[in-house]
Design a protein around this ligand. Structure first.
Ligand code: PLP
Length: 406
C-alpha cells in the first residue's frame, strides 16, 4: 500500500475495461428492454438475486439493471472511490429514491437548511405530506446543532458538499462521524464539486450527482447517479422493496452512453471552470464587489475547503455576486446576456457557456422568504456558473463593463 492521495481522475482511468461489441473504443449501447436467459432454470435464480450483473453477467429487464447504465454507474463510482454506482433518470429521483429507501414509512431526516430548491421542496413539503417522512433543518456548519438534531433517531443526515447558492462547505469528516455515532448514514449531494471533493473518501455513505450539470457539461440531458456500497444498490434494486426498481426512475441506456463520453474529459473541464472562476472572482474582488467564491482567502470556509479538496481541480466553477437589490441583479444579468454576450440568463450550472441566475427568484424560490433569510440568500444575489468559452481577458472586459453600468 502507498499513501498516494486519492485521485478521482486516475481512479476512473484505472477502472476502464469496456470495449464495444466489435472492439470499438467506446462501449456498445445495449438498448434492449428485456434479456434472454440461456436455459429456463436460470430465470428463478435471477429473480432470487443469485444471478445478476456481477454474478454471471445476467440481466433481467431494463428497469432493473441494464449493461450500459451499469458501466456508467461503475465509471462514476470509480471517480468517487465507491464500491458501486447506478444511473437514474434525474438527480432529484436519485435523492428521492435514497431517502425513501432509508426513511420511507415514518423515518426521520436531518438536513442542511441550504439546499437546491427541488430537494428543499421534497424534504420540506412532499415527503412529510405524502410519506410521513419529517426533516429537521439545521445549519450544517454548526456541528453542535447537527448533533442535537440527530438525537431524534434520524436515519439520514443530508447535505450538499457545497451549498446552493451560498457556497458554504460541509465538514464531511465531522458529519460522517456524527451520523455513524447515531446509526445513521451520511448522504452528500456532490453535484457542484465533482472531482474536487470525494466525500466517500471522507466517510460519507452515499454520494449523489445530478449528472445534468458538470458531468454532462452540455445541458443536453437530465440524469442522476447514486454512488454507495454494493449492498445498498442491491437494496434500491430489490424486486419487492427497492425504490429504484419500484418507483422506476430508470436511466435511458442512450443517455448513459452519452454521459460515458463526457466523463473522460470531466477532469479537464473542472480544472478550466475552476481556473476561470478564480480569475474572474479575484478581479471582481479587486473592483470592490461583494463576491463569494471558496477560492478567495476571505471566504469563510477557505481553510475547510482546502482541507477536504483533491488538489489540481481548484475551487469549482460557481461564484455569487451580491447586487443588494433584485432590480440591480436583473439589470446586471440583462446587460451580461443582451449587451455584452457574457452568458445566458438560465437556471442550472456546469454548462460550457456561462449561466446566470438570481437565486432568490429562481432555484431557491421554493424556499419561503424566512427560510431564504436564514439560509443567507440575499434577494440581489446573482449566481454565476462560469463557462469554458471565449478568451478569459475578453470575458473579464465584458463583465467589468456590465458591472460599471449598474
Ligand atoms: C440540479 C440539481 C439537483 C437536481 O437534479 P436534476 O438532475 O435536475 O433532477 C439536485 N441537487 C443539486 C445541487 C442540483 O444542482
Amino acid at each position: 500500500m502507498t499513501d498516494t492521495p486519492f485521485d478521482p481522475q486516475q481512479a476512473m482511468a484505472n477502472a476502464r475495461h469496456e470495449f464495444g461489441e466489435h472492439g470499438g473504443v467506446n462501449m456498445s449501447i445495449e438498448a434492449s428492454t428485456t434479456f434472454t436467459v440461456m436455459t429456463p432454470e436460470l430465470m428463478p435464480e435471477i429473480f432470487a438475486g443469485q444471478l445478476g450483473p456481477n454474478e454471471g453477467g445476467c440481466y433481467l429487464y431494463g428497469r432493473h439493471f441494464n449493461p450500459t447504465v451499469f458501466v456508467l454507474g461503475r465509471m462514476v463510482a470509480a471517480m468517487e472511490g465507491a464500491e458501486a454506482g447506478y444511473g437514474t433518470a434525474s438527480g432529484l429521483s436519485a435523492i428521492a429514491a435514497v431517502i425513501m429507501q432509508r426513511c420511507g414509512g415514518g423515518g426521520k431526516v436531518v438536513s442542511s437548511n441550504t439546499l437546491y430548491g427541488g430537494t428543499w421542496a421534497l424534504l420540506d413539503e412532499y415527503l412529510p405530506k405524502n410519506c410521513g417522512v419529517e426533516t429537521t433543518f439545521v445549519d450544517i456548519q454548526n456541528l453542535t446543532e447537527v448533533e442535537t438534531a440527530m438525537q431524534n433517531g434520524a436515519k439520514v443526515l443530508y447535505t450538499e458538499s457545497l451549498s446552493n447558492p451560498t457556497l458554504r462547505t460541509a465538514d464531511i469528516k465531522a458529519l460522517a462521524s456524527i451520523a455513524h455515532k447515531n446509526d445513521a448514514i451520511l448522504v452528500v449531494d456532490n453535484t457542484f464539486t465533482p472531482m474536487i471533493f470525494s466525500p466517500i473518501q471522507q466517510g460519507a455513505d452515499v454520494v449523489i450527482h445530478s449528472a445534468t450539470k458538470f458531468i454532462s457539461g452540455a445541458s443536453d440531458v437530465i440524469a442522476g447517479v447514486i454512488c454507495c456500497s454494493k449492498s445498498f444498490i442491491e437494496e434500491l434494486m430489490d424486486l419487492h422493496l427497492g425504490s429504484l426498481m419500484l418507483l422506476g426512475p430508470t436511466m435511458d441506456p442512450i443517455v448513459a452512453f452519452r454521459l460515458s463520453l463526457r466523463l473522460p474529459h470531466l477532469a479537464a473541464r473542472m480544472k478550466e471552470h475552476s481556473c476561470r472562476a478564480m480569475y474572474l472572482a479575484k478581479k471582481l474582488q479587486e473592483l470592490g464587489e461583494d463576491v463569494v467564491y471558496p477560492g478567495l482567502k476571505n471566504h469563510e470556509d477557505h481553510a475547510l475547503f482546502n482541507s477536504h479538496r483533491n488538489e489540481e481541480y481548484g475551487y469549482g466553477g460557481l461564484f455569487t455576486v451580491d447586487m443588494k437589490t433584485p432590480e440591480r441583479a436583473s439589470k446586471l444579468m440583462d446587460l451580461l446576456q443582451n449587451e455584452h454576450r457574457f452568458g445566458f440568463i438560465a437556471v442550472s450550472l456546469g454548462y460550457f457557456d456561462t449561466l446566470l441566475s438570481c437565486s432568490g427568484a429562481s432555484t431557491s424560490s421554493e424556499m419561503s422568504k424566512d427560510a431564504q433569510d436564514s439560509a443567507g440568500i440575499s434577494p440581489g444575489l446573482v449566481r454565476f456558473s462560469i463557462g469554458l468559452t471565449g478568451s478569459i481577458e475578453e470575458r473579464w472586459n465584458q463583465l467589468k463593463q456590465a458591472i460599471e453600468q449598474c
